[in-house]
Ligand binder design. Structure first.
Ligand code: FMN
Length: 290
């Protein structure tokens, strides 16, 4: 399968750390899977509680817990071996060129594509500190490209200005696809009976969907590369919105928590590819859509 044929995957970090949870996504009908973000060294992650849920808002600061890039690469390899027809996307985060060279050197045979997570909102020196530093990002993307022939994409943070978004797209012309967006950083929820140990975290769920759809729409104006829409998808209409805004495929995230099984969610999302949004916009008073 080629990247262009991939319509639905899970989002990184959403039941994507073990063979059985990835296989569960595959058996539920996704075209591809994205593994939990790997880092060079294993990371324990932050103390519990690290996730808080309040209606359509999901706040988390997991701290990128993972067993390190070598173990995650073995996981990618075993998934690819058992499910050769599935498009396997390996997600990694690093701010260091030497690390990236080593990480990419073990991946060539074990996955179909790479997703460079430049947007983890709360892991120091990783994630969004890279995503907002255009110069560093450019160098790191070029290092990835020099070391691997597979398609490679960026898991983007939310960019509040078009100037910054445009600069990022210009600086990352070597990438093959974009995934937009990761959870929106520096969010806080102060509940009577919930909260997270890190206090601040990344916001996911329907609360961020308008930002996510908006960014896909803005991003499409800068590039004709493949875009995965991600953020707040819970049903077919959400998928249709992302497609209308300019996405080619979607990644399913925390919306899975609303369904009894992953299959129910994937089946619902798949219907978004033939769902007609036209009347919806007209009913809402929007007469035209370019
Ligand atoms: C518990 C949890 C863990 C996550 N871990 C990762 C991760 O390891 N790598 C990554 O790129 N995104 C990670 N994300 C972000 C999701 O992939 C997704 O971009 C975000 O949740 C927005 O989509 P959603 O609103 O559909 O959940 C995580 C999100 C959650 C809720």
């Amino acid at each position: 399968m080629k990247l262009e044929e991939v319509k639905i995957t899970n989002a990184s970090g959403i039941f994507s750390s073990s063979f059985s949870s990835l296989e569960d996504w595959i058996n539920s009908g996704v075209d591809g899977v994205v593994l939990k973000t790997a880092t060079y060294k294993p990371r324990k992650g932050y103390e519990f509680p690290n996730v808080a849920i309040d209606d359509d808002k999901i706040l988390q600061a997991m701290g990128l817990p993972n067993p390190g890039y070598l173990d995650m690469s073995e996981l990618a390899k075993s998934i690819k071996k058992e499910h050769p027809e599935t498009f396997v996307i390996y997600s990694f985060a690093s701010g260091d060129e030497e690390e990236i060279k080593e990480i990419t050197s073990v991946l060539e045979k074990n996955c179909d594509a790479l997703e460079f997570n430049i947007s983890c909102p709360h892991a120091k020196g990783l994630g969004s500190s890279i995503g907002y530093d255009v110069h560093t990002l450019k160098n790191l993307c070029e290092t990835v490209k020099e070391n691997i022939d597979k398609p490679f994409g960026l898991k983007m943070p939310y960019y509040p200005t078009d100037e910054l978004l445009g600069e990022v797209v210009n600086a990352t012309e070597v990438v093959d696809f974009y995934t937009s967006i990761n959870s929106v950083g520096k969010a806080m929820m102060i509940g009577e009976d919930f909260g997270i140990s890190n206090k601040l975290g990344g916001l996911s769920g329907p609360a961020i969907k308008p930002l996510a759809v908006g960014q896909v729409y803005r991003l499409r104006k800068f590039t004709d590369k493949f875009i995965f829409g991600c953020g707040g998808i819970v049903n077919r209409r959400d998928v249709a919105e992302f497609l209308r805004a300019g996405a080619n495929g979607v990644q399913l995230g925390s919306g899975v928590l609303r369904y009894k099984t992953k299959k129910e969610f994937v089946d619902e999302a798949r219907k978004g590819f033939s769902f007609q949004l036209k009347n919806y916009f007209i009913n809402q008073g929007v007469k035209e859509w370019e």
